[in-house]
Structures are given as C-alpha cells and as structure tokens.
Ligand binder design. Sequence first.
Ligand code: FA5
Length: 372
Amino acid sequence: MKQVEAEPLGDVEAVSKAFEQEFERFARFYASAGEQSSAARGEGVSLQAAESLLRDLAELRTKHTGKKSELAALKKIIGRVSPADRAAFAQSVQALEASIVEKLDRVDETLKAFVQHERIERERLDVTLPGTRLRRGHLHPVTLLRRRIEDIFVSMGYAVEDGPEIETDFYNFDALNIPPAHPARSAHDTFYTTDGLALRSQTSTVQIHAMQRRRPPLRVLAPGRVFRRDTPDATHNPMFYQVEGLLVDRGITMGHLKGTLEAFVQRLFGSQTRTRFRPSYFPFTEPSAEVDYSCFKCNGAGCSLCKGSGWIELGGSGMVHPNVLRAVDIDPEEFSGFAFGLGIDRMCALVYGLDDIRLLYESDVRFLEQFK
Ligand code: FA5
C-alpha cells in the first residue's frame, strides 16, 4: 500500500477549520450549554427557529462526521501514514472527532431541551387559575330613556318608525311646509353633504316617510339622531336625539294632543305631573305649542332643577298643518292629526341629574356606568 507522505497533520487542521467555520452559527448554544433551555430563550430564539436550527445541526453532523465526510477520509488514511507519524496523526484525528462530536452533541442537547420546554409552556393550562371575567356592558343612558319613552307610547298603540338621517330637501323642508327662504335651510343651521343632501335637523322628517308608508289612521313614534350646526354647550350638541310622535285620524283635535302628552309625562314622572301649553310657531303645525311639564323634583314649587320656575320644557307640538297632509296626498278635509317632537338628551340630563349634556357623548365609561 502506498504511504502518505504529505503533511497529514495539516489536513487535520484544515478539516477542523472547515468544521469550525460552519459551526460558528451554533457556537452561542455551545457556549451557554449547561444553562440549557434558558440559554436559547436568552438568545431570543423562537420555538420555530430552534426547531429549524436542530434540522440544520443534523445536516452539519452528517456532513462532518458521516461516511463521506472529510473526517472519515482522514480516518481511512491513518493506516497509510508513515509509521513514524502514524501515532501522532491517529491521535489528532481522534481528538478532532471527539471535539466535533462533543460540540454537536452539546448544542443538540441545548436546543432539544429548549424545544421541549417551549412546547410544554405552550400547551400548559392551569385549570386552577381564575378566569378572565368579561366585563359586562350596559345600555347608554340615552338608550335607556328612549326605551322607556317607546314603551309608554307603544302601550298607547303607537308603532316605532325609523327614517334616514340624510335627507333630500323634499323630506327635510318642502314637505314640512318650510318655505324656500326659511333660515333653517341655510348652511348656517343645517349640515349639507357635498352633493347637496341635508343631515336631518329634526325627526319631523319621519312624519313624511311614515305618512307615505302607511295611510291614516296612523300612530307612529320616531326616535333618532338629528344634526344641527349648533355650538356645543351645556344644553346643545351638534348631534342629539329627538323623538317624534305623529297621530293622524278622523276628528283629531288639540284636546287629543294635550291628553296624550299629559298621559305620557304622568307615566314617566308620576301621576302628579301637570302640563302646560304655550303658543308657538312651527311651519309644519298649526296651531303650534311648546309643551312644559311640572318639575318632577319640586313638583312645581320651584327648585334648582327647574331654575325656580316650577316648569320644565318638554318640546314642540301642534296640529299637523294641512299643507303637510297635502304633500303626502292626505285630504285635510277628511283627516287631521297632531305631532310633537322632544329632545331626548336634555330630558336625559334632567332625569339623571347631569348638568351638561356633552357628558353623554364623551364615552367615559366611569361616567356612563353610573346609569344602568
Ligand atoms: C323641533 O325640532 C320640532 N321638530 C319639534 C316639533 C315636532 C314641533 C312636531 C311640532 C311638531 P325644536 O327645534 O324646538 O323643535 O327642538 C326640539 C327639542 O330638541 C328641544 O326642545 C330640545 O330639547 C332639543 N334640542 C334642540 N337643539 C338641541 C341641541 N343642539 N342639542 C340638544 N338638544 C337640542
């Protein structure tokens, strides 16, 4: 057999270098071996990355210690090294093999321990831990009041109606007998979309939809959001809630309107509550009246809530104007009706003792959860 005369120890060094170069990316797990899984975690390695590193490590082992590895080639030539160098060469090959295997084994151990630990952590379920209780929500005070109002009118035979919040001029103004030059139409008072539609400034628009949808006799209640270019203050918001009532039938008079609203405030605030009607003006009602009710706190004696007057304003009302009936093809000779519109926000503030209606829309849960 031909003897190997070259520098066999130089070959050992070259193989060692080649291994070290590729082992470099695993070296951090070798250095920290012993601390085991925490070492890998300390390196910011994810479970997925650790699993992938383990696969790469297995490849590295095959490449550097397998049958076709440089190390195997070195082992094969031991017998051919000149007898003088053989022992030293064999020793250094063995030492190299031991070192490579030891490094691969320790990194393998560290990564495996980390992967196992992470998998257990991930699947751990402590059934004795207290659960995370979902916080139960509740209705907004405006919704609570709106529902109370709806309940009262539904019990009097009213149907709850809805209408669009964006309206054409016909529903917002024309059909409500609001003349072309009326200030309510101006962009100072009403929000307009870029294509000329208006955000409804009162729920009275639903009167028109309701009369088109149903023919008289009808009783409808229409709560909803309305929009006005009002500057926010303690009693004004640019968006607020109104509730509209409309009744159309044969032989309806102002007496029915007064009786209905009195029954309503008595159901809401107690049977001692009285109402009063003050003459007013709305284009869509004739005659028109502002409605007040005796203060629910002092029963009319005068207190801070009613600002000493004994009365609280409820809203606007009146007999449906004949022009409004005509706009929806109802004969005012045959039918008459009454309508009213109340602002829910201000009523809500009074009922819940708030001194500013803006509080209702600040979405401060600490405030809102007082009213359940
Ligand atoms: C009207 O809006 C009439 N549509 C009411 C009506 C209906 C009359 C049917 C006749 C027949 P008025 O503009 O007064 O009326 O508004 C009614 C209520 O809305 C007021 O009493 C008030 O409570 C409330 N309101 C008005 N502006 C604001 C605002 N900026 N913020 C909060 N509430 C408001």
